[in-house]
Design a protein around this ligand. Sequence first.
Ligand SMILES: *[C@@H]1O[C@H](CO)[C@@H](O)[C@H](O)[C@H]1NC(C)=O
Ligand SMILES: *[C@@H]1O[C@H](CO)[C@@H](O)[C@H](O)[C@H]1NC(C)=O
Ligand SMILES: *[C@@H]1O[C@H](CO)[C@@H](O)[C@H](O)[C@H]1NC(C)=O
Ligand SMILES: *[C@@H]1O[C@H](CO)[C@@H](O)[C@H](O)[C@H]1NC(C)=O
Ligand SMILES: *[C@@H]1O[C@H](CO)[C@@H](O)[C@H](O)[C@H]1NC(C)=O
Ligand SMILES: *[C@@H]1O[C@H](CO)[C@@H](O)[C@H](O)[C@H]1NC(C)=O
Length: 214
Amino acid sequence: MVLHVVLVILSLSPLLEAQNPEHANITGTAITNATLIWLSGKWFYIGSALRNPEFKQAAQKIQADYFYFTPNLTDDTILVQEYQTTEDRCVFNSSKLEVQRENGTLSKFGESQHSCGAFPPAEEAAEYVGHLKVSMKHRGFMLAFAPEDKNNWGLSFYANKTDIAPELLEEFLKAVKSLGMDESEIIYADWKKDMCSQQQKQREPERKKTEEGP
Ligand SMILES: *[C@@H]1O[C@H](CO)[C@@H](O)[C@H](O)[C@H]1NC(C)=O
Ligand SMILES: *[C@@H]1O[C@H](CO)[C@@H](O)[C@H](O)[C@H]1NC(C)=O
Ligand SMILES: *[C@@H]1O[C@H](CO)[C@@H](O)[C@H](O)[C@H]1NC(C)=O
Ligand SMILES: *[C@@H]1O[C@H](CO)[C@@H](O)[C@H](O)[C@H]1NC(C)=O
Ligand SMILES: *[C@@H]1O[C@H](CO)[C@@H](O)[C@H](O)[C@H]1NC(C)=O
Ligand SMILES: *[C@@H]1O[C@H](CO)[C@@H](O)[C@H](O)[C@H]1NC(C)=O
């Protein structure tokens, strides 16, 4: 049952919009090496719609957030180096996500209280998973949380730039609606408030060099 609902949520087919999602006919997307390689690099947190009051509160504190994904294809983890602006300050943190390839999910590694770009803090550690849905074409992805639990479900959106393509935004909005949530429940990042980009440029010229190659 749980798996079934998850699969439904992962589908962003327009056909589903107005229907009861339980009648949908979709299969989940497994995570492959190609997916992980595609996920490598810099991502911007665009926004989220979260029902769980605690996570929602955490998301409301995020003014801006971007991060670097470094997947390890051997041990199925992703290193996340994150630059979050909260209370007008830049906070850097790094954490690990675990990859469940067959299930198409990412979960928090260990007992982290830290929320990764609205990947909720993992108090119930391994219990909390995000179902990955990528949009290769527009270079964005989303994570669906607790899709089986109406009172706690949520979605977070990420893209490779802050001014996201209208088509990608449309996909995100469809996903929110297919979960039975309203557009008005989305909390967006405010890039005018980003305190990290400037700071990172000053502090970490090495990273830039590494990324651009020798
Ligand atoms: C349901 O999915 C299966 C497998 O992808 C496909 O063969 C079938 O046509 C789909 N049915 C409907 C009603 O879309
Ligand atoms: C994925 O990549 C790892 C590391 O390169 C490799 O060991 C593994 O065989 C690959 N898996 C598949 C299914 O290609
Ligand atoms: C990836 O994980 C394996 C197994 O834990 C480890 O040996 C290897 O050093 C890791 N690779 C990187 C680049 O961190
Ligand atoms: C994949 O999902 C199934 C069904 O929800 C679950 O029983 C299993 O533990 C999950 N596998 C991993 C590696 O998380
Ligand atoms: C960074 O993350 C670690 C572990 O997830 C956490 O204990 C620590 O409080 C975080 N630091 C900041 C500044 O958020
Ligand atoms: C983001 O992805 C789009 C679509 O693939 C691409 O056209 C664009 O150059 C990328 N932007 C950045 C900053 O990487």
